[in-house]
Design a protein around this ligand. Sequence first.
Ligand code: CTP
Ligand SMILES: C[C@](O)(CO)[C@H](O)COP(=O)(O)O
Length: 249
Amino acid sequence: MGLGNQSVKKCHALLPTAGTGSRLGGDLPKQFQELAGRPMLAYAIEAYMQSPLIESIWIGVSPGFIDNPILKSLAKGSKPIHFLPTGGSTRQETVRNTLAAQLTSGISPDDWILVHDAARPGITPDLIKKLITSVQGSDVGGLLAVRLADTLKRADLDLAIAGNMPHVEKTISREHLWQAQTPQMFGLKELHDALQDAIRLEADVTDEASAMELTGVKPLLIEGATRNFKVTHSADLDLMQLLLNSENR
Ligand SMILES: Nc1ccn([C@@H]2O[C@H](COP(=O)(O)OP(=O)(O)OP(=O)(O)O)[C@@H](O)[C@H]2O)c(=O)n1
Ligand SMILES: C[C@](O)(CO)[C@H](O)COP(=O)(O)O
C-alpha cells in the first residue's frame, strides 16, 4: 500500500510566555527584558521561524500583557504567529490554556506540539530539527535533555531558609539521570488531556513530559545541548548575554 492517503502530522511551536520572572527580578518579566540587544523572547521566536519543519507559532501571554507593543515588534517572520491571552497562574495552566485554544482553532488534534520555554533563548534550528526527526516516527513523544555531569549531593537542609548551612546527607548516583530541557514534543490532544488531568489532580508536574508520564507514557530522551539552558537567575542572564554576543545573534 502506498503512503499517499496517510495524513502527515504537522509540527507547531507553543511558547509559554506568561511567567513573572520573580527569581531574576527587574522591571519587566525576564522574557521581555533586553538580552544582547533584543527582547529575550525574540531569540526563541527566531529559531522556530527559521525551522522549516515548524508550521506555526503560538505564544501564551498574560492577559494584562497582550496589548504591549513589545509583542507587536516580535510578530515578524515568514510563518503564522499567534499571540494569545492564555497565560495562567502556573506554567502548566498557560500551556493547557494555549493547547485548548489550538484545539478550537482548527489544528488537527493529532498534530505535534513543541512546547518551549520563552526563557530558553539558546535554542537553535538544529536542535529543533534533531528533536522532530528523532520523535516523529514514535507514538510516545519526547524531549530534549542533557545527561548530568557532576556528582550529586542531597542536602540535609533547605538552603532557601535564611541562615541554613546544609551538610551532605547522601551522595546520589547520577547514573541514568538527565536534566529536562525544552522543546518537549507531544500530540496536541494527548498533551492537552494529560495536563488537564494533572491540573485537576493537583499533581506535581513541572514539565509536559511529567504530565504524559502520569498517563503511562515513557517519552523519548533526546540529547540536547548545554547552550539551551534556562535563564532563571541573574548569573544565567550574564552567561547567556556572553554567548549570544559572541555569536552576533
Ligand atoms: N504562569 C506561568 C509561569 C511560567 N511561564 C513560562 O514558563 C517558562 C519557564 O518558567 P520559569 O523559568 O520558571 O519562569 P518564571 O515562572 O517567569 O520564573 P520565576 O519562577 O523566577 O518567577 C517561562 O518561559 C515562563 O514565562 C508561563 O508561561 N506561565
Ligand atoms: C520545563 C522545564 O524548563 C524543564 O526543565 C522546567 O521544568 C521549568 O521549571 P520552572 O519551575 O517553571 O522553572
